[in-house]
Design a protein around this ligand. Structure first.
Ligand code: HSE
Length: 317
């Protein structure tokens, strides 16, 4: 068994418009780094966090809580020391808490000789989501762990499936630098919906899954619609309607809120289209005076993975 490991855990886009709490995809290039070391003091010790100011106390930290959930199931007196480098800002809408939780359980499982399955790891990482947002949803942690596009058919009991990703699919994410906590973005949601909205939404989920498996970009495009969550949450995102218009005019297949926001995302066919959509989003948002980050990324087929290098302390922000 290894004594230490360094891992990268990717950012994710959850919901994919129509699939609230069930669909998600992994991004490339943006994510968190974790360094884990096994030791003989039972429990989880978080030694250092860079990139963001977050609690070091394991029971108040998403990575700590997820690792503790795994250790409790493992049932033997094992200890782990964690270092975390946040490459994803908390409250960004691209799975910041999920990346930390997924990285922690994947790394710890590797240190213990892989006693747990991928689905079990999703379950442990959900404990981190419960802490972060008050709801144990798996639509970010599943793609963060498994890579690609995932469908959480059921959160309890857990039943997660990998969805085919057409090779030309590209994501474009604009992250306005305003914080929107998932817990707050969940409080504004209606708990009851009219049957007509349900019918429209599950038609879109089925359409999106079918479009992805058959590589039918037209069907994907028509299905990237959210008639339930987006009308409420989009009011919390400055410039949402203008961004949507710009993305669609530039040729995006679809546009919506990434996770609980404030990030927004567009899916595009091909890198040229994604670049054009990125430029259109940038041109639309720059005059608004709100700082933002833009990420262009293919869907990453890989979730959390071992890497050789951990970011240097200079990467602290
Ligand atoms: N499905 C969750 C939500 C994702 O929309 O609240 C949070 O990133």
């Amino acid at each position: 068994m290894k004594d230490s490991i360094t891992v990268f855990a990717p950012a994710t886009i959850a919901n994919l418009s129509c699939g609230f709490d069930v669909l998600g995809l992994a991004l490339d290039g943006v994510g968190d780094y974790l360094k884990l070391e096994r030791n003989d003091t039972p429990g989880v010790l978080i030694r250092r966090i860079t990139g963001m100011d977050l609690p070091l106390e394991a029971s108040r930290n998403v990575a700590g809580v997820a690792a503790l959930a795994l250790l409790e199931a493992y049932g033997r007196p094992v200890g782990v020391t964690l270092e975390l480098h946040k490459g994803i800002k908390a409250g960004s809408g691209i799975g910041s808490s999920a990346a930390s939780a997924a990285g922690a359980v994947w790394g710890l499982n590797a240190l213990l000789g892989e006693p747990f399955s991928e689905t079990e790891l999703v379950g442990f990482a959900m404990a981190g989501e419960q802490l972060a947002s008050g709801a144990a949803h798996a639509d970010n942690v599943a793609p963060a762990l498994m890579g690609g596009i995932t469908l959480v058919r059921s959160a309890n009991p857990l039943d997660v499936a990998r969805v085919h990703c057409p090779p030309e699919l590209q994501a474009c994410v604009l992250h306005p630098q305003v914080e929107l906590k998932t817990s707050d973005a969940r409080k504004v949601l209606k708990t009851h919906i009219p049957l007509s909205q349900g019918i429209r939404q599950w038609g879109n989920v089925g359409g999106l899954i079918t479009g992805l498996f058959t590589e039918d970009y037209g069907l994907i495009s028509r299905s990237l619609e959210d008639v339930i969550i987006e009308p409420v949450r989009s009011l919390l995102i400055p410039g949402f309607d203008a961004l949507r218009q710009a993305a669609l005019d530039a040729g995006a297949l679809g546009f919506g809120i990434s996770g609980s926001g404030p990030s927004v995302y567009a899916l595009c066919r091909g890198t040229d289209k994604a670049a054009a959509v990125g430029k259109a989003l940038e041109a639309t948002y720059t005059p608004m005076g709100i700082p933002f980050d833009l990420h262009l990324s293919p869907v990453s087929p890989r979730g959390v993975r071992q890497v050789e290098t951990y970011p240097s302390p200079q990467s602290d922000t």
